[in-house]
Design a protein around this ligand. Sequence first.
Ligand code: F6P
Length: 415
Amino acid sequence: MKRNVIVGQSGGPTSAINASLAGVYRTAKDRGAQNVYGMLHGVQGLLTESYIDLSDHIKTKLDAELLKRTPAAFLGSCRFKLPEIHEDMEVYKKIFGILDKLDIEAFIYIGGNDSMDTIKKLSDYAIITGHPCKFVGCPKTIDNDLAMTDHTPGFGSAAKYIGTSMKEIIRDGFCLDYEHGLVTIVEVMGRDAGWLTGSSALSVGEDCAGPDMIYLPEVPFDLDKFKKKVGRLLKEKTSIVVAVSEGIKAKDGTYICEFGNSIDFVDAFGHKQLSGTASYLASFIAGEFGCKTRSIELSTLQRSASHLASRVDILEATQVGGAAVMAADEGDSGKMVVLERISDDPYQCGTSVKDVHKIANNEKLVPRDWVNKEGDYVTQEFIDYVTPLIQGDVSPIMVDGIPRHLLTPKELSHR
Ligand code: F6P
């Protein structure tokens, strides 16, 4: 590389997203890039010329190590949808003008399926106008719903946190005997894909029976069947724990959270904010059985728990960041780096690149045959797929008993 690289982060953050940023930075520098710029708040920030020079922030080896252990998007994120090219050429002219001013040869975007829409449109515009800049996507999402890749960086760490928290919740449930029993409903993110919720089954082991039921959005949720199963279980045990996806829907497509006090927020890509499924179901069960209920929304915790990150995940996140730069340097554009599993035992995984047009705005859901016939648990195949992704730990760098993070450009500007 002879000129400059720019990198952005977009969409929902993860505990591994900054490891990808560290991978982009290191590889770009190793390959000879002069400057590596970071867009502040993705392409939305770029449009207002908000960017930093990453070498002002990653000065030492310790900075790079801290960055890998810092959750949430270091550069700031956005959920920003570029217009169709034919609808508003001015936006594209503006972006490419800024890229020319910064002498950019490679544009790397770390994100999920909505963010890959940005890579798709920018690379299409570059082809139309004969612009030489290369646009490459770097996969990231806790939801694990990106097409063409075996899995996505960020998912393994979130899955490890969910499996661990589920185990702790199950144990807690058994220590007090409530007169009419206790039903705990745990709500997990993932939108319309159940990869994260299914990962609650990772809690199963010699010392834990796992949750009693697991409901994924891939299977229509039947409230009556659910009630009957809870009623049956309440006769057998004092504590029941149920994992539910934030995106479970009734047969007619209505999100279960919409039956309760759901929030009406919709983002630029038309996604409704899904929240309140567990609290709705907990109130429903309390009303039906008069038992004690508790609803737990894992919410932000599941995507920011870097103290429990998976080593495999952090290593792969770093690797895909580097692979994105290499791909751009070797002439690829309009592509996303994918992870390709070579074997499960021993676990081995490599990278390659795939056409972003086949990835952007698509969703990879849990196959129906990885959910049991009743639609209330995942199969062993599901568990075998996720298990290698949560292996190993990344020790936090502890200061005064608390993990230390790398201060973001925004935090530094407020000091
Ligand atoms: O796409 C990742 C994700 O974490 C989803 O699982 C979740 O539905 C969504 O982001 C939440 O987004 P926000 O933080 O913008 O509410």
